[in-house]
Design a protein. Structure first.
Length: 276
């Protein structure tokens, strides 16, 4: 299990600061959603977590090791402990589903027996057995996403990073992918998902880190809560609102008071009529 710690991380591209003084900690076995609008810095942060980008300023530590200063050999070993689902999946176009899933194990030097056993297991888990020999262009969006996830976890990583994994999927497919991530997390994997889909984040009900202009503006557990607007922040504190129940009780009392004079008049009319 790996703890991830970012301390005062900033990233600049051509004098444009994409990440600005980001400090976060992801504990082993945690599920974290990184959210924010397009251009907020989500993908850059994910690339830094994966070791594909280097922070311009600050430190990125995994199990106390700073990824900025470790040798390339150590960095390659680290990447084997991390599974990545890219935004556009990056499936190898001339390899079948089974071959795409097997590829990371082949690179790591696993035996044919090990590869066949693990790939067969994941094809079944991801419900891809029927398309095992199909090429990526022959797959639906959901099948492509599940293939990318299977490839990312084929080597049983400690950390799974997913950048907009449901960005091109319909709600039903997104829900299916969500369930897969929850199952992977339940097995003990640390999961970090970047998404702009607040509905997906709210459905997960996990820790949320929200970025805006490269800065962390929220870090809260248990789902998505919209940040207050500038106008809402500036709104003065008013007296505590009464509950709907109290308001309804008051309305009943007021209506009763308004009806009393009328009822009294009716009684007087009846009495007068009887006397006469």
């Amino acid at each position: 299990m790996c703890m991830i710690v970012l301390k005062n991380v900033s990233k600049t591209f051509s004098h444009r600061k994409v990440l600005d003084d980001v400090s976060i900690q992801v504990d082993p076995g945690e599920f974290v959603c990184i959210t924010g609008t397009s251009g907020a810095g989500k993908s850059t942060l994910m690339h830094i977590l994966a070791g594909a980008e280097t922070a311009t300023v600050g430190t990125v530590e995994v199990d106390g090791v700073d990824l900025r200063i470790v040798p390339q050999m150590a960095l390659r070993i680290f990447r084997r402990r991390v599974g990545v689902v890219f935004q556009d999946y990056k499936l190898l176009p001339h390899k079948t589903v089974a071959q795409n899933i097997a590829f990371p194990l082949e690179v790591c030097g696993a035996t044919d027996v090990q590869i066949e056993g693990r790939v067969t297991e994941l094809l079944k888990q991801m419900k891809l057995t029927k398309v095992a020999n199909s090429l990526p262009r022959e797959l639906s969006g959901g099948e492509q996403a599940r293939t990318a996830i299977a490839r990312a976890i084929v080597h049983s990583p400690y950390i799974l990073l997913a950048d907009e994994p449901t960005g091109n999927l319909d709600p039903a497919q997104s829900l299916q992918i969500l369930k897969l991530f929850k199952a992977i997390h339940k097995d003990g994997t640390t999961v970090v998902i970047a998404t702009h889909d607040s509905g997906l984040v709210d459905a997960l009900k996990e820790r949320v880190i929200e970025l805006e202009d490269g800065r962390v503006i929220r870090d809260s557990p248990g789902g998505y809560k919209k940040a207050p607007t500038k106008e809402e922040k500036a709104e003065p504190v008013t007296a505590q609102k009464k509950s709907p129940l109290k308001n309804s009780e008051q309305s009943v009392k007021v209506s009763q008071k308004m009806e009393e004079p009328t009822e009294q008049k009716r009684r007087k009319v009846r009495i007068t009529a009887i006397r006469s």
